[in-house]
Design a protein around this ligand. Sequence first.
Ligand code: GDP
Ligand code: MG
Length: 672
Amino acid sequence: MNLTLALIGNPNCGKTTLFNQLTGSNQHVGNFPGVTVDKKEGSVRSHPGVTVVDLPGIYSLSPYTSEEVVSRDFLLHEHPAGVINIVDATTLERNLYLTLQLLELRIPTVLALNMMDEVRENGGTIDVAAMEQELGIPVVPISASRGEGVEELCARAVRAAQEKQLPRRIDFCAGDVHRAIHSISHLIEQKAELAGVPVRFAASKLAEGDSLMADTLGLTQNERQLLALVVEEMENSHGMDCEAAMADMRYTFIEGLCAKTVVRPGDTKEQRRSVEIDKLLTHKIWAIPVFVGIMLTVFFLTFGVIGPFLNSIMEALLSVISAGLAGALRDLGINPTLQSLVLDGAFAGVSSVLSFLPTIVTLFFFLSLLEDSGYMARVAFVTDRLLRRIGLSGRSFVPLLIGFGCSVPAIMATRTLASERDRKMTIRLTPFMSCSAKLPIYSVFTLAFFPEHRALVMMALYFGGMFVGVLYGLLLKRTVFSGSPIPFVMELPAYRLPSPKSVLLHMWEKAKDFLIKAFTIIFLASLVVWVLQSFDFGFNPVSDSGQSMLASIGRTLAPVFIPLGFSDWRAATALVTGLSAKEAVVSTLSVLLGAGEGAELTLLLQQLFTPLQATSFLVFTLLYMPCVAAMAAVKRELGGWRAALSLMVQQTAVAWVMALLVYQLGRVLGLG
Ligand code: GDP
Ligand code: MG
């Protein structure tokens, strides 16, 4: 048995939660519309051979946004055996709008009424049997997050797909719209069959004025004229334009259906609570200060309270391992060069990065709380006004926010932006959002130079990045990207208590990414750095790393940084290796300065930099060009190396100038 089921529904109705339940996988769930951009596949645990595909959330099957195109193309061209249409039962009317369009596709479909827990707790009920009767498809109430009804849903979807149970009803129209759709159906029947598009679906889309459909079917000039006449007739007798007439037809049916089957609890408790909370959190004046306050608290807790504590435990653990490893190597009588390679190269590099793992996981714990509760969606809403000033809309907030985690998925997430202009501009601004790979750098430097004010300096760096991003955005708006962003409409999801499982998943995902990077890129980079700093160009071992290959390379680059205050070749080298992955800045410094067995990286750094030089170095690392993985993503999304290269050069130039300003200003002020 090999079956594919498509999972489809409005944004934020619980598709990914259901997908994870069905497949046991850990896709990102967020209380945030627009999280799933691409389709994701997984096999259903309880039914071997059955694959489900999580599609982006959409409101209709028109081809206007990239989410709609991905989902529509999948349904039309990949011919899934069945569709699971998941709807948020607390906002059924809006969700069923998509359902009516799906039914026209003539694919075995099962309706999943999700969030039944909320409906129930607020005293609502839904007459499932009556709804099945009216819609002509199986209807299963579920709660995806609690796993209730998921098995039943899965069994019924598989059965419907296997037995090819087509929806029993596709005709939801009456009056003039009814006449129009049926005339169009007759007109295009053959063309639709030839093109492999369900006749009824094609007819509805044509009645809506979807010109893409006319092209897909290859309608002749005559047919188009006939079609236009039919549509005009419908518009005249209905007194609305065609799209409105179709929407009116669907909503009329949905209203009738809900009147028969749904006992409405009124606004749910969650919705009423959300309205109350939003009075403060999206307040005209207070929203931004509250946001800054919340972020400050998060940073303070992460870097001032919890992080250092966990950090010290991790360091203790790592030094025990280090001592054990050193002992073991000595006892085995391993060659001293190899010992040094393992201890001073690989282990020193990897462990310098690993020791910050708990801090990063802690930060992501707080961020996923904020996201899962629905707060981040409010921030997107609030920042719309601000983003408009730099020529973007709140829609860009999602990718920018993801950018604080990692630029690669952030740059990919810009695909949700409908306008090319918004997309290109957002891609250029994403790298200014300080990614989590830079956290180990900030952590170790603030520990060494500003132990009293770590959270504050950290905040300053994050907001500094954003600030420079805003300036850069303003510049782009004035020059390359004039014009205005497309209007932004975003639904605010109800505030929800974050589910522990989803929060844990976020943390684990972050930790996993971090661990994988530490043991692959950082590991390799540390080995390479160790080799390059231990030998000269003739591959003779050097006693002083200042004579090594790496020193020669670093020294050719170092003069560039003299005006910025750090001319040491080791700092220059660390910046270069940081291009493989930003964490490598720390691992490289740690290998080069000989941190390991007892020697503290922070102490060694204090000898390398003055606080002012360190600040300048931090500003440079904050802003300079992104790592190779991010550059590859930029190249892919902007469609070429030229654009990627120009971004690289511009960013590095901005970084250089800002670091220069910081250092020279600091000197003038007599700070170092
Ligand atoms: P998607 O955008 O459709 O993929 O939706 P997600 O799976 O990301 O879920 C959106 C939000 O709804 C998340 O905060 C989930 O925790 C929440 N959610 C999903 N299913 C349920 C449910 O059955 N009951 C409740 N109360 N919340 C749910
Ligand atoms: Mg999703």
